[in-house]
Design a protein around this ligand. Structure first.
Ligand code: FES
Length: 287
């Protein structure tokens, strides 16, 4: 159980692994996530399931190296096992035939957007995907997204590939040329989702965002994942991770996400000196 059966680096600092987890693969629905520990003393981190194969009993995880656990995972090889995987957790994406659905994915956010896009298309929607990254090398899953979209627009902030500009500018372009959008689903860094919501709010387009609050238990018991939506406190793990983007308090989310930055940095520096840490390539060179 939880054996890594495939693993590859798909962009600088971004990895993809296929994990043997039959029960989760059978039960998982788009939008749901898992919580994992790499080893007995490891922390628990949530990751969205990017894909699954119920017949083979596998799930696909895609992660960006940002903290101890994601760096640790990058050092794990095919044949190694994760200590535990809990899931699927969270409320699945509400999928039905809305009409035209625009999915906006920024950076690593394209990974959770992929199964949602697939589900929306299978439900009969006309799906337009906007996939963006800072630069060409950081674009992920563009071919996979192309296969599950009716139209795809790719942009990079620096113009190294596709449309030169932010995903929000591409979205604004669609609105300006009169595309009737019935639903927008935006997943990516918090500033990106906030910027998308500013665009869709002005055009009166219902918008779903997938939030990434700090989580501990993932089952609604600890309260670590509190977010404010429409003036009410919600738990990201059980009420979400998807919420009405027009109602989310992004200021509060940003503040809560920054709460553990100091301790996280101390832990990461300690990890750099460990046996596993020495196998990692950290931005800016070795520790
Ligand atoms: S992670 Fe503990 S309540 Fe959501």
């Amino acid at each position: 159980m939880f054996e890594i059966v495939e693993k590859e680096r798909i962009a600088p600092g971004v990895n993809r692994a296929v994990i043997n987890a039959p029960a989760i693969a059978r039960a998982h629905k788009p939008g749901q996530f898992i919580i994992l520990r790499t080893h007995e003393n490891g922390e628990r981190i949530p990751l969205t399931v990017a894909d699954k194969d119920a017949e083979k009993g596998t799930i696909t995880l895609i992660w960006q190296e940002v903290g101890v656990t994601t760096y640790y995972m990058s050092t794990m090889n095919v044949g190694e096992r994760l200590q535990d995987l809990c899931g699927p957790l969270g409320t699945p994406t509400h999928i039905e035939k809305f009409g035209t659905v625009v999915g906006v994915g920024g950076g690593i956010g394209v990974a959770p957007l992929y199964p949602i896009t697939k589900g929306m298309r299978e439900a009969g929607n006309h799906v337009i995907s906007i996939v963006g990254a800072r630069t060409e090398g950081l674009l992920i899953l563009t071919e996979e997204m192309r296969k599950v979209s009716d139209e795809i627009l790719i942009s990079t902030d620096d113009g190294s590939f596709g449309i030169h500009g932010f995903v929000t500018q591409v979205l604004q372009g669609l609105i300006d040329k009169g595309t009737k959008i019935d639903l927008c689903v935006a997943i990516g860094p918090v500033p990106m989702m906030r910027a998308v919501v500013n665009v869709t709010r002005a055009a009166n387009i219902p918008t779903v965002v997938s939030l990434n609050p700090i989580m501990v238990d993932g089952t609604g018991m600890c309260g670590a994942c509190r977010v404010e939506v429409g003036g009410k406190t919600k738990f990201g793990c059980v009420d979400g991770p998807e919420f009405d983007g027009l109602q989310v308090d992004f200021d509060l989310l940003t503040k809560r996400l920054a709460m553990y930055k100091g301790p996280e940095l101390i832990a990461l520096n300690k990890f750099r000196e460990s046996e596993r840490g020495c196998q990692c390539k950290f931005p800016g060179g070795a520790a």
